[in-house]
Design a protein around this ligand. Structure first.
Ligand code: ATP
Ligand code: MG
Length: 645
């Protein structure tokens, strides 16, 4: 038999007129659908008289009378009933944008909405396949569905599942990361990460969404498992489960940059401003020309603050206190080219992947006529590392920043970058759109850094107060970067942990440390600072030749000036010549400069494109600019360098 890709009706190959010998490759549409597409009014064949018309599970599912879900956890309640945590799938009609022309008939979206329901509501197994599996599916039966995207039911945005899995892999490689959901929801004691391949897709009747007993009834209580173990999960050995972390181990874990802090001290004012900007823009019916530019040096909590605001607004939307809106988050660093932003935005809004030119046209249409797609829901677009969208003719920034100015676009843009004067560097027609509302995240002073570190370490007795103060003062004097301060403290905790575990009186020290009596002191912080700031690349910068130093400073100077990380060799040479001549330094020849550039490229202090482009070869610093500033600020042989850092 063959199935029509439009109405999903089944046909015998031999009964078709003309009959088909084999199933054709690609899409096949039945004669009825073909004629209907041409506009003919058709009467579909009636089922034989006397037979009761019965709808299949697939038909019910595709008309929202049944739901597909993916079982993520199973357990047995004390009363003997079996329960499961399931994650729902949705049909395209149930999303905010509705069914779109590119949707397949059997397409489902995996959502981020989970419920705990009784196993009795499960009717039967169905297969939800990824695009590759779906294209290779053969004789899989009727309950087979296609799923390529995850749909965020709160933000009404789409994300390709393959990308989500990539991100998860990255996070796993980077160590333990707390997920978005865990910010608000307390973690079950027995809930370890699930093995994807073991999860089951089932068709279930939508019964109760949340059961009051589920918090109590997880299959592990107070660290002891009972009843069913989760399917596909290896039992964690008791000695690992029971391992009591020492104070230092707790400190190391909480100071990891990947750990989401429970609160963001010292940024209340900024977060209030962002909240009122978004609320104002969403409530304003016209939603005209809304754009907020956030700037500040690295590690000042810009990204974290915006994301924290979005989380708290999400709970207001959930509680019905705010109009729903969709949220799309983009990081310039993750785009292969600035133009790709159109593709990414379009994909997030519609779950459809097209080339960037087509995406640009569709977005232009959407934002100039707000009613077309998305039921005119407001959309908040966060563009982190906005400066990376800068192109030679600035067209990407122009196009993106032009959308919110359209009367019915309902678009709100929040742009984040490091450079304060990015709007001024842009063409006037762009800066007039971007530079109206700005918010500056200043570097943290030592009091603030101290508060940030102490808040993170609340309840963990691992650090002496002077040690935290010392680290905060050091970082505040250099950059005011919370990321650096946290890194230094975490490294100090590691050093202290190592010292304790390897000291001759190791066992008694461990007892002491677990009681919290042994703390990270000033010498550990001092050693960590030495390590962070005496890193090999900083040593190289400090000890390299005069011309190398001038070249590095010229790169930083250009970076500050243009806001763009890459610079051509030609432009860099011009800057070096002008720095040298205005500071009475002998102006180097092109060949010398090239030699120095190659040397820095060889030791990966800078990254170089391949040399065939000659003067147009692009160069970029491989380390943060403040490392160059730290290494060369007080250079005795070239004191004038500090003017440019
Ligand atoms: P960049 O410009 O490099 O992107 P950023 O300003 O976006 O930096 P974030 O990524 O928001 O900085 O923060 C860097 C790190 O510092 C994060 O790990 C965050 O947890 C921590 N951090 C920054 N500010 C605070 C704060 N006020 N409280 C707690 N942690 C903070
Ligand atoms: Mg950031």
């Amino acid at each position: 038999m063959i199935e029509c890709d439009d109405c999903l009706g089944g046909f015998h190959l031999g009964c078709l007129k003309p009959p088909l010998r084999k199933v054709p490759d690609g899409e096949w549409i039945c004669g009825f659908c073909e004629r209907r597409r041409k506009g003919e009014v058709l009467e579909m064949p009636r089922p034989p008289e006397g037979k009761k018309l019965r709808r299949t599970a697939k038909e019910k599912l595709l008309s929202s009378d049944l739901w597909a879900a993916r079982i993520e956890r199973l357990w047995k309640e004390p009363d003997g009933s079996f329960w499961m945590r399931c994650r729902w799938y949705m049909i395209p009609e149930e999303t905010a944008v509705g069914r779109q022309p590119h949707n397949l008939r059997r397409e489902l979206y995996r959502t981020n909405h989970s419920s705990d329901i009784e196993m009795e509501s499960v009717i039967r197994h169905c297969s939800v396949l990824n695009p590759k599996e779906f294209s290779e599916a053969n004789n899989e039966g009727d309950d087979v569905f296609y799923c390529e995207y995850e749909y965020d039911v709160r933000w009404h945005s789409f994300k390709r599942i393959a990308d989500i899995n990539d991100d998860d892999d990255e996070e796993e490689n980077n160590g333990r990361t707390e997920k978005d959901e865990e910010w608000k929801i307390s973690k079950d004691t027995g809930c370890e990460t699930d093995d994807d391949s073991e999860n089951e897709d089932v068709a279930a009747e939508s019964t109760s969404c949340k059961h009051p007993t589920h918090e109590l009834a997880a299959n592990s209580r107070k660290g002891r498992a009972f009843g069913l173990h989760k399917i596909g999960i290896k039992k964690i050995p008791e000695h690992v489960r029971r391992h009591n972390q020492t104070e230092l181990e707790k400190a190391k874990a909480t100071l990891l940059l990947a750990t989401l802090p429970k609160s963001l001290p010292c940024r209340n004012k900024e977060m209030d401003e962002i909240t009122s900007f978004i609320k104002g823009a969403i409530c304003d019916e016209q939603c005209f020309g809304r754009c907020l530019y956030i700037h500040g040096v690295p590690g000042t909590g810009k990204t974290m603050s915006v994301l924290a605001v979005m989380r708290s607004l999400r709970s207001e939307v959930d509680a019905g206190r705010m109009k729903p809106y969709c949220f799309v988050e983009i990081n310039g660093l993750k785009l292969a080219s600035p133009e790709n932003i159109y593709k990414v935005i379009y994909e997030a809004l519609t779950g459809n992947r097209v080339g960037w030119k087509k995406a640009l046209n569709c977005l232009n249409e959407r934002f100039s006529d707000g009613n077309r797609v998305g039921k005119n829901q407001p959309c908040v677009l966060l563009i982190d590392e906005l400066d990376l969208l800068l192109t030679r003719n600035q067209s990407v920034l122009y196009n993106v920043l032009d959308w919110p100015t359209k009367p019915r676009s309902n678009l709100i843009i929040i742009g984040i970058a490091n450079t304060m004067d990015l709007p001024e560097k842009l063409l006037p027609r762009i800066s007039s759109r971007m530079g109206i509302q700005r918010l500056c995240f200043g570097p943290y002073n030592y009091h603030q850094l101290q508060e940030i570190i102490s808040t993170r370490l609340k309840g963990i007795d691992a650090f002496q107060d002077q040690a935290i103060e010392f680290a905060s003062r050091k970082v505040a004097a250099m950059s005011g970067d919370a990321r650096r301060a946290l890194e230094i403290c975490r490294r100090a905790a590691e050093l202290a942990d190592y010292r304790l575990k390897h000291s001759p009186t190791s066992s008694c020290s461990m007892n002491a440390s677990s009681k919290g009596k042994c703390s990270v002191g000033m010498p550990d912080i001092e050693a960590a600072i030495q390590e962070v700031f005496q890193a090999p690349h900083i040593q190289i910068m400090k000890t390299c030749s005069r011309l190398c130093k001038i070249l590095l400073v010229a790169m930083v100077h250009e970076l500050y000036r243009s806001g763009v990380a890459e610079i051509t060799f030609e432009k860099l040479a011009t800057t070096v010549f002008s720095l040298c001549s205005s500071n009475r330094e002998p102006v180097p020849g092109w060949d010398n400069l090239l030699k120095v550039g190659c040397k820095l490229g060889e030791c990966r202090i800078i990254l170089c494109e391949e040399g065939v482009k000659r003067r147009l070869q692009k160069l970029q610093l491989n380390f943060p600019s403040d490392d160059v500033a730290f290494a060369l600020k007080d250079c005795p042989e070239l004191p004038w360098l500090s003017k440019y850092l």
